[in-house]
Design a protein around this ligand. Structure first.
Ligand code: FA5
Ligand code: MG
Length: 431
């Protein structure tokens, strides 16, 4: 893990990550900005909300072996082939995945480590940073953190084992026989009497089938235990929440069948927080576990942390601002308090306009020259010279970064470039 702190480097010929150098090729699309993120290791900083929620969730899985030191650099075999991804699966494309070269990539999910860890343990968790060329908005970011979980049972005893576990917690197993056995019975039973309302209307069907090698009984026992464990985890995690809507929906993953996703209602929308399912038997067989059956899940730590801590934007997790970081203590869950913004840096620009001048053209140039650092542009003064009839305008530009203090010197430099560009492009005369 400490190797990940070695500064990454990108040249035309090679990429260095974690002290290791790889040859670049036509697949290479990692960028310095993305590689910088590999050094952050948020899940290993005890006071960071990602690490706090990681510890909180893992306490719902006592006795599980927890792996959290894996390098994000994996092979396409680990990330895709071992998990039964088809050769033409869209996830493999260079538009979705960050490649170091055609065989080496940044993992897109913690499932990339399933094969190696399932060979070692029957109950395991994996926490890591994962990388995707995804959209960017309040709940999507190209780097985020996942926790993977898996548990294996003996094929011959899973039905009795799970029945005993569920009975102890006062719930019943799903009944077999019906072609459309519902795995939702357990979810409804175990989450009543709590401010967490879970709905599960999923059914086993041709669209979300059991694997041929599993009997219906074995599949249902495994699925019941999976949903029971995740419902329990959510109840422990959100025990202080006044009201929470949770729902199970059908899903598809190449490496599980049947598969589901859990969603939580947050900020007026259903937010997908995890994917899970019954592990493909081929994966267990390849890991030397052909006498076992099991489940796996992969959850988005930022998504759950946003709900738990009330963090409104996923970009905040990457903040190095003390006003963000100082709000969190190991083992403690408290709601995030928005802090006031960074101070603005205000600059005025005045010029004599020319016929045909339009404010929109000026604003366009401001955005081109200064980018996201501009918060707003306002006309604060204008007058027409009584003799020449020339019109003079003065615009006030508010420069402010979302995440750092800007220096006056840095803004002066931008402002100088802006002044030169305005003269060049708009043919106006500065005052
Ligand atoms: C997976 O990554 C599967 N590996 C999960 C899995 C594991 C299924 C084991 C079955 C068995 P998915 O792409 O849906 O699935 O991502 C899992 C979770 O990661 C999502 O539910 C969401 O919480 C989170 N997530 C996905 N994309 C982003 C993103 N761009 N930003 C933040 N969180 C994300
Ligand atoms: Mg998904």
């Amino acid at each position: 893990a400490s190797l990940m702190k070695t500064p990454p480097k990108v040249t035309d010929e090679s990429i260095t990550i974690g002290g290791q150098t790889y040859a670049a090729d036509a697949f290479t699309n990692v960028t310095p900005t993305i590689l910088e993120k590999t050094t952050r290791q948020l899940h290993l900083l005890p006071t960071h909300p990602i690490a706090i929620i990681k510890d909180r969730i893992s306490s719902s899985f006592p006795g599980f072996k927890h792996y959290d030191q894996f390098s994000p650099v994996v092979t396409t075999k680990q990330n895709f082939d071992d998990l039964c991804f088809a050769d033409d699966h869209p996830g493999r494309s260079v538009t979705d995945t960050y490649y170091v070269n055609n065989k080496i990539m940044l993992r897109t999910h913690t499932s990339a480590h399933q094969s190696q860890t399932l060979a070692e343990a029957d109950r395991l968790l994996i926490t890591a940073d994962v990388y995707r060329r995804d959209e960017i908005d309040a709940s999507h970011y190209p780097v985020f953190h996942q926790m993977e979980g898996a548990e294996l049972f003996d094929v011959n005893t899973v039905v009795q084992d799970v029945r005993k576990i569920l009975e102890t917690s006062g719930s019943k197993m799903s009944s077999t026989g019906a072609a459309t056995a519902a795995t939702g019975a357990v979810a409804a039973a175990t989450t009543s009497g709590n401010a967490i309302h879970t709905t599960d209307t999923t059914v086993i069907s041709a669209e979300n089938p059991k694997q041929d090698c599993h009997s219906e009984e074995v599949m249902l026992a495994t699925a019941d235990h999976l949903k029971h464990s995740l419902n329990q985890m959510i109840r422990n995690l959100f025990s202080d929440e006044k009201e929470l809507q949770v729902r199970w929906i059908d899903a598809y993953f190449p490496f599980t069948s049947p598969s589901w996703e859990m969603e939580i209602f947050y900020q007026g929308e259903w937010l997908e927080v995890l994917g899970c399912g019954v592990i493909r038997q081929d994966i267990l067989n390849n890991a030397g576990k052909s006498d076992k059956v099991g489940w796996a899940f992969g959850l988005g730590l930022e998504r759950l942390a946003m709900v738990l801590f009330g963090i409104p934007d996923i970009r905040l997790f990457w903040s190095t601002d003390a006003r963000f970081l100082k709000q969190f203590q190991p083992g403690q869950i408290q709601k995030f308090k928005s802090f006031s913004k960074y101070p603005p840096c205000i600059k005025d620009i005045s010029f004599w306009t020319v016929p045909g001048f339009h404010e929109n053209n000026f604003c366009e140039i401001v955005r081109d020259v200064a980018g996201d650092i501009v918060e707003d542009v306002r006309l604060i003064d204008e007058f027409t010279h009584p003799k020449t009839k020339k019109r003079s305008v003065c615009y006030r530009i508010n420069y402010r970064s979302m995440d750092r203090n800007v220096t006056n010197a840095e803004i002066n430099e931008i402002q100088e470039r802006l002044r030169a560009t305005v003269v060049d492009k708009l043919k106006v005369e500065l005052r």
